[in-house]
Design a protein around this ligand. Structure first.
Ligand SMILES: [Ca+2]
Length: 521
């Protein structure tokens, strides 16, 4: 079984037996930008459940994932460590090492019951994990038998009567209901609700059937204002609404069981939307996520917090709520009210990072970058500016075609097809073209990060001070990049199932050395 070094924590838990500790419901969507949520003002995406929780708790306006890629972001959430502090956990299809403390296991050891439905942690491998003999679970979008080792029993038996094309067939809320019925009522619980939505694979044109209006689509300024693009953002909005509907049903179930006031509810996403220049990018559209927290107790007056938050802050938030001591190597800080005694001061900057997502460049290398974000500016350092930021344009990736760090979809196809049109070419370059070593954006004047100020004399002082602040933080947290090292380009890519892409085989492209060969399918 998967084991983890927690001795130092266990000896000082200090948790009282039978203490009145809250249940925790953690809801995380897959690839949702903060802006595509009703509470932040989007008219094209209806999210009444999220908005309700924000209205009864705290709405965070500046929350950021540590890394804009599924598994690294989820690794950082679980470990409370920045993406560069998790070794091969910082790459998609990497490995989560057993040496890092994981908040869910700390909760479990302190008496919590763990359970989950939908997408949990992945895709990747847990170090040292071997399934118990005869135990098999259906693989449902990366929630597999191995994730039960870190997040408890998977509830997945209830499926939807009518599956929506492009979406999971899991009835997430019904599975939560099953868990509530089956749970050990002597224990507080931690339940992970991970939707597979709004990950790419949308039903194209579904927005028409749903009666949405193109005029309501909220398209980031880095993409062309075209009906194709607007339509894709509405198809994606429908998937966010699916996630939110199940969340709403879960809130109702908690209320029905009289558990709402004894439950901490946290809702967020693992990173931003999957359209070009978002996911896998350190711009706001890639790393900035929705975040609402309803703390236990009766509904409070709505509070909005604009301080910068990193999703590494969630692990300590859960542990503090449960009365469990936070391990010293978790870099996050709890998000409990800033007014409470002993609380930490708000962050005035966050640092995010990106290394390797899928295999989409020759030699299997990534696109290393780091970003520091303050309330006023974003500074990005691209460590390998000769590489293509979204993947080689002439190399067929494992499963996303050319330019493989951008998921297949209508907007991507539109940009590729029209890249020589004068009005579209600048957008193509913004998404897929090479980038300078440094980027600097004035986030108040230029929220979509279109005007790079890094070469402007007027901003030289700002740029230098941000770079120093970022590098000080990276050094203090042991980023190998600060020593000129690049372990991520060499870590094993642990999943080869996706290499069945016929185009890849047809073109006879050599598999880069980082792809594992000996593993079973
Ligand atoms: Ca994701």
């Amino acid at each position: 079984m998967f084991r983890i070094a927690v001795g130092l924590v266990l000896c000082s838990l200090g948790v009282g037996e039978g203490a009145d500790r809250p249940n925790i419901l953690f809801a995380i969507s897959d690839d949702q930008s903060w802006m595509h949520t009703g509470a932040y003002g989007d008219r094209g995406t209806r999210t009444p459940a999220f908005d309700r929780l924000a209205g009864e708790g705290v709405l965070f306006t500046h929350a950021f994932a540590s890394c804009p890629s599924c598994m690294p972001s989820r690794t950082s959430i679980l470990t409370g460590r920045n993406m560069w502090e998790t070794g091969p956990g910082g790459n998609l299809m990497g490995t989560l090492k057993a040496e890092y403390a994981i908040f869910s296991l700390l909760l479990q050891q302190s008496g919590y019951q763990l359970a989950a439905t939908g997408k949990t942690w992945g895709p990747g491998q847990l170090e040292g994990f071997t399934p118990a003999e005869g135990k098999k679970l259906p693989l449902r979008s990366y929630s597999s038998i191995q994730t039960e080792a870190i997040l408890g029993e998977s509830f997945h038996r209830r499926t939807l009567k009518q599956r929506r094309p492009g979406m999971s067939n899991l009835d997430y809320a019904a599975n939560f209901e099953d868990f509530l019925a089956a749970r050990d009522k002597e224990k507080p619980f931690f339940f992970w609700y991970g939707s597979n939505e709004p990950h790419q694979g949308f039903e194209e044109g579904a927005w028409k059937k749903a009666g949405k209006n193109l005029a309501d689509a909220l398209v980031p300024g880095s993409l062309p204002d075209d009906p194709v693009v607007r339509g894709e953002f509405l198809d994606y909005a429908l998937e966010i609404e699916h996630f939110d509907r199940h969340l709403g049903r879960m809130i109702e179930l908690l209320a029905r069981e009289n558990l709402l006031e004894s439950t901490l509810i946290v809702v967020t996403s693992d990173h931003g939307n999957p359209m070009p220049r978002s996911k896998c990018n350190l711009y706001d559209s890639g790393t900035r996520v929705p975040l609402a927290i309803r703390f236990p107790g009766p509904a409070k007056r709505a509070e909005t917090r604009g301080d910068l938050v990193n999703l590494v802050d969630l692990a300590p938030t859960f542990l503090v709520a449960a009365g469990v001591e936070v391990p010293g190597d978790m870099k996050g800080q709890p998000l409990q009210s800033l007014d409470e005694e002993g609380s930490t001061k708000p962050r005035d900057f966050v640092v995010t990072g990106f290394e390797r997502h899928i295999i989409c460049r020759r030699d299997g290398v990534g696109y290393p970058a780091r970003c520091i974000r303050t309330n006023s500016f974003a500074y990005i350092r691209n460590y390998e500016p000769d590489r293509w930021p979204a993947g080689d344009p002439d190399f067929v990736s494992s499963h996303q075609g050319f330019i493989g760090d951008c998921d297949r979809g209508a907007t991507k196809e539109f940009l590729m097809k029209n890249c020589n049109e004068a009005t579209i070419a600048p957008y193509y370059r913004l998404s897929f073209g090479r980038r300078p070593i440094e980027e600097l954006y004035d986030m108040e004047q230029d929220p979509h990060q279109l005007n790079n100020l890094a070469a402007e004399e007027k901003f030289a002082g700002v740029k230098l001070s941000l770079r120093r602040k970022m590098e000080d933080y990276l050094r203090a947290t042991g980023d190998p990049r600060m020593k000129g090292q690049s372990p991520w380009d060499h870590y094993e890519f642990t999943d080869k199932r996706i290499f069945g892409n016929p185009r890849w085989r047809k073109e006879g492209l050599a598999l880069p050395g980082v792809i594992s060969r000996g593993r079973p399918d």
